[in-house]
Design a protein around this ligand. Structure first.
Ligand code: FEO
Length: 168
């Protein structure tokens, strides 16, 4: 049985993962209508992954005797300034999510919930990979510059991480 405090903090994370999914969907849609087909594919795939993260938490809470509250999600922005700024925003957002996961780890230690502490490690590893991947994308964007976005749009699909997706 999950402690109420742990159930609540995991419920909050459901909102954050679901919002991440919607945020990347909105960004994908913006990229798609602005002619960045490769970037759009990357973002749609990312949105799916975030939805899977949300589902992973939903199932965990329910399987441990809790009952998930599906939250309302705030609307993500429709427009983006440009590609580089968008990926900077994604990087900041993933750092915020990593911080949030770390707070869950801290809560499980405080409450001596070692089962959840062990389970949440998957997310800790996933966040390391996500931050590394977006950081790599930003490096590439800086290298190519604003005038070579066509090349970037073509190459981004090959930059999708290979690990972390098998263990869902
Ligand atoms: Fe599931 Fe990228 O946070």
């Amino acid at each position: 049985m999950l402690l109420k405090k742990i159930e609540n903090i995991l419920n909050d994370q459901i909102e954050k993962e679901g919002y991440s999914s919607n945020l990347y969907l909105a960004m994908a849609s913006w990229a798609e209508v602005n002619g960045y087909a490769g970037i759009a594919v990357w973002l749609y795939t990312q949105a799916e992954e975030e939805k899977e993260h949300m589902l992973k938490i939903i199932h965990y809470i329910n399987e441990r005797g809790g009952h998930v509250i599906v939250p309302a999600f705030k609307q993500p922005p429709k427009e983006q300034k440009n590609i580089k700024n968008m990926f900077e925003e994604i990087f900041k957002h993933e750092q915020y999510i990593s911080d949030s996961i770390n707070q869950i780890v801290a809560a499980t230690i405080e409450e001596k919930d070692y089962t959840t502490q062990s389970w949440i490690q998957w997310f800790v590893t996933e966040q390391i990979e996500e931050e590394a991947q977006v950081s790599e994308i930003l490096d590439k964007l800086n290298l190519l510059g604003e005038n070579n976005l066509y090349l970037f749009d073509r190459d981004i699909i090959a930059m999708r991480k290979s690990g972390g997706e098998s263990e869902k």
